[in-house]
Design a protein around this ligand. Structure first.
Ligand SMILES: Nc1ncnc2c1ncn2[C@@H]1O[C@H](COP(=O)(O)OP(=O)(O)O)[C@@H](O)[C@H]1O
Ligand SMILES: CC(=O)OP(=O)(O)O
Ligand SMILES: [Mg+2]
Length: 398
């Protein structure tokens, strides 16, 4: 039996799943979180309910990838790397160049490198992962799966900015979105849960983790999405600002004497929940501080919830209705209070959850109240499963 590993580098995390193929049984999985913070945390589940867990700082994604490679052998998850015959990497930005997942070769690596400007927080870390795995698994079938592929054919009306049109033609200036693999997975599962063909549904998928985006999925396709040219746009995130008036950026660059690179760094790393609260990028810390009466944490929470509500309202209007909204990713899967705050504000649309059903995390569940007009679903994302399925598809076509 051969094994396939799916590697998913997020902005603050490195996740992996190791699958026995072709059964798709998960033989090991893990997350390294809070990468780049003072203290990180690693959790790996493997074998017969065995668990390895430790607090440890991870300075960057390179440290996390090396740790993962060491642990695969040390914990005897594999006897040697050769057991792993295929590897799939989640890559955020594929531009308009990568419309589908692709087999990794030298040209693909240099193209991904070129596209780093489109996802400065992610792409360099993902390249580190590709190169590290290539070194230990030189003969493995390696595939890149792009977040942007799902959004690449969204209507021009939603993909283009109202700026000079030749910016798009000459420089590729458009909305690319992200988290497409997750939006694709949860919208497919939502259709299955609703028992209807996805081609007949209007869905709004909320991928709210450290990075967060909302997608209007109309008839199975990405119709509109909240992230933009890069993953800094849209709703409020852990450390990312989401939408900001560009004039404010120029104004603050003047006031603080900042270069555009320094400004982009602040909008990516020092804004969002962290920037508003001054406490933490982590929703768990924000909720705890707000509970204790910290005003700035409460404000961060209010802004966060309100941005999400605003996008959902916009997407219901753009699609002319919705059949269901879907919660997924770190906050969406785990936070009972955040799901409650968001859905409470959407009552006007006939969105209503059953508080008992909402009292859960990390499970697939219909949270809707009996009299809800638009369903609310909780669907844990599974980007890694989509990655291994794309690997199998490409193997067959190769
Ligand atoms: N129980 C919880 N309550 C609220 N937020 C949570 C909880 N568990 C995890 N999170 C949030 O999920 C985020 C991580 O989301 P995730 O989707 O795993 O990350 P990434 O965007 O790096 O892929 C963390 O920043 C944390 O704020
Ligand atoms: C694109 C993006 O923001 O990804 P993540 O949520 O994994 O940081
Ligand atoms: Mg993620």
């Amino acid at each position: 039996m051969s094994k396939t590993i799916a590697v998913n580098a997020g902005s603050s995390t490195l996740k992996f799943k190791l699958f026995d193929m072709p059964s798709e049984d998960v033989v090991a999985e893990g997350t390294i979180e809070r990468i780049g913070e003072k203290m990180g945390h690693a959790k790996i589940k493997y074998g017969n309910d065995q668990k390895h867990e430790e607090d440890k700082p991870f300075a960057d994604h390179a440290a996390a990838v090396n740790y993962l490679l060491d642990k695969l052998i040390e914990l005897k998850i594999v006897a040697s790397y050769d057991e792993i015959t295929a590897v799939g990497h989640r890559i955020v930005a594929g531009g308009e160049f990568f419309k589908d997942s692709t087999i990794i070769d030298d040209d693909v690596i240099s193209k991904i490198d070129e596209l780093s400007e489109y996802a400065p927080l992610h792409e360099p870390a993902e390249l580190v992962g590709i190169k590290a795995f290539r070194k230990v698994l030189p003969h493995a079938f390696a595939v890149a799966v792009f977040d942007t592929s799902f959004h690449v054919d969204m209507p021009e009306m939603n993909a283009l900015y109202s700026v000079p049109y030749d910016w798009y033609k000459k420089y590729g200036a458009r909305k690319y979105g992200a988290h497409g693999t997750s939006h694709r997975y949860v919208s497919t599962r939502a259709a299955e849960m609703l028992g209807k063909p996805i081609e007949e549904l209007k869905l709004i998928t909320m991928h709210i983790g450290a990075g967060a985006s909302i997608t209007a999925v109309k008839n199975g396709k990405s119709f509109d999405t909240s992230m933009g040219f890069t993953p800094v746009a849209g709703i409020t995130m852990a450390t990312r600002s989401g939408d900001v008036d560009p004039s404010l950026i120029a104004f603050m660059q003047g006031k603080l004497n900042l270069s555009s690179d320094e400004m982009i760094d602040i909008l990516n790393h020092k804004s969002g929940l962290l920037g508003i609260s001054g406490i933490s990028p982590d929703m768990r810390d924000i909720l705890a501080a707000a509970e204790k009466g910290d005003d700035r944490a409460q404000l961060a929470l209010d802004i966060y919830v309100n941005r999400i509500v605003r996008y959902i309202g916009a997407y219901i209007a753009e699609m002319g209705g919705a059949d269901a909204i879907v919660f997924t990713a770190g906050v969406g899967e785990n936070s009972v209070p955040v799901r409650k705050m968001i859905t409470d504000k959407l009552g006007y649309f006939g969105i209503k959850i059953d508080q008992e059903k909402n009292n859960c995390h990390g499970v697939e569940r219909d949270l809707s109240a009996d009299d809800a007009k638009i369903k609310t679903l909780l669907i844990p994302t599974n980007e890694e499963l989509m990655i291994v399925r794309d690997i199998e598809r490409l193997k067959k076509n190769n």
